[in-house]
Design a protein around this ligand. Structure first.
Ligand code: MRU
Length: 368
């Protein structure tokens, strides 16, 4: 059975009721429950609270959110309400550029619909949101194929020097799997593709403090599919890399600047430095919708800072002494020099830098 047939749908447009249904990821792994949104504010809240999360999934959810606004607006207010929804949804989370990429596409639909064609707007917006969703599914599949090829080449090199590696050991951080996208994921796509080719793999998932996306979500989805997974404390990653059991580190991305610098879940940067220190390649998987070539480098990527409450969440009693200050960035930036390759939906950018990202971008545009 395919990964998509096994796992619950992360987001869906329910045609009969005109609602957006999202899997409530804050309840996983103990409960598989869904939230039915019929207001833009509910979609905003679902994104903000991480019920729906992961860069591509946020973009898809926001696109459907705009459809809610258009579908429920009073006659004559369709355009204004759709544009207001786009502005509002853009404030939900700042780092993943897929959100703004999807909203820009929705805005283009509004702007290309003439005032006297207002009646067509909802249909056009829904078609565009469904297209964004379906495209993401296909981008994930393409990343899976390119990534599996890269893993094959990586293993051939390791096997030639240190003997056969079975099963292949993959270390990942946060969740960049099916739960984070409209398809089979980005970082986990090569893993699923590898597994579907009948090859063995063992995934090691950083628990990913403070919200435990690795322990709660990555481990859960891999177990549903039947892939062996071991969860480790984030601080154990160095010892694991030193043990020689990891052939590659695979992570996703929330935004990639023109320089190849990558913003991803906080903790990715130290993982990249550790991987390099231990001679293990770090591969970033991301679709073209995650690249933001308007930003010269990672310093310009806006990093979300979240509530200090998250640092004490999940414990019976808060581990923080009363009155202490907190620092809770949700993402960090990994400079391109620590990244071995970026796996995209149109190919692999080896040792990314400004020139190589530009060449990849030009080739991808020419091929579209
Ligand atoms: O805060 P989250 O759970 O939305 O963070 C998600 C990540 O950092 C993912 O690695 C990234 O969005 C890529 S998802 C394919």
């Amino acid at each position: 059975m395919s990964v998509e047939a096994i796992l619950p749908k992360v987001i869906e447009w329910e045609r009969e009721t005109g609602r957006v249904i999202v899997l409530d990821q804050t309840r996983l792994p103990s409960e598989v429950t869904f939230i039915a949104c019929d207001q833009v504010a509910q979609v905003w809240d679902a994104i903000r609270r991480l019920c729906v999360r992961g860069a591509p999934a946020i973009g898809v959810a926001a696109a459907y959110g705009v459809c809610l606004a258009a579908g429920r607006a009073a006659r004559g207010e369709w355009r204004a309400d759709s544009l207001a929804a786009i502005e509002h949804l853009a404030t939900s989370r700042p780092t993943a550029v897929n959100l703004f990429w999807a909203l820009d596409r929705m805005r283009a639909q509004v702007e290309s619909t003439a005032a006297d064609e207002d009646g067509l707007l909802f249909g056009r917006l829904l078609d565009e949101a469904l297209r964004i969703h379906e495209e993401d599914r296909q981008l994930c599949a393409a990343i899976g194929r390119f990534g599996a090829g890269l893993l094959e080449r990586t293993l051939a090199t390791i096997d030639a020097t240190s003997g056969p590696t079975e099963p292949i050991g993959i270390l990942t951080h946060c969740n960049a799997g099916a739960l984070a996208t409209g398809g089979i994921g980005t970082a986990l796509a090569p893993v699923y593709e590898w597994f579907s080719r009948g090859k063995t793999v063992h995934v090691f998932a950083d628990e990913t403090r403070p919200l435990l996306q690795g322990a709660r979500l990555t481990a859960w989805e891999l177990r549903q599919v039947g892939i062996p997974v071991t969860v480790l404390a984030d601080s154990a990653a160095g010892s694991l890399l030193a043990s020689g059991r990891i052939s590659a580190v695979l992570v996703g991305a929330d935004r990639i600047a023109a320089s190849g610098d990558v913003a991803n879940k906080v903790g990715t940067y130290p993982l990249a430095v550790l991987a390099r220190q231990h001679g293990v390649p770090l591969f970033v998987s991301a679709p073209h919708s995650t690249f933001d070539l308007t930003l010269r480098d990672g310093a310009a990527i806006p990093i979300e800072h979240r509530s200090g409450d998250e640092l004490s969440a999940g414990f019976a009693r808060s581990p923080l002494p009363a009155g202490c200050e907190f620092w809770n960035p949700a993402f960090d930036v990994t400079p391109a020099r620590w990244i071995s390759a970026i796996i995209t939906d149109t190919g692999v950018i080896e040792s990314p830098d400004t020139e190589r990202v530009r060449r990849w971008h030009d080739a991808a545009i020419a091929g579209r």
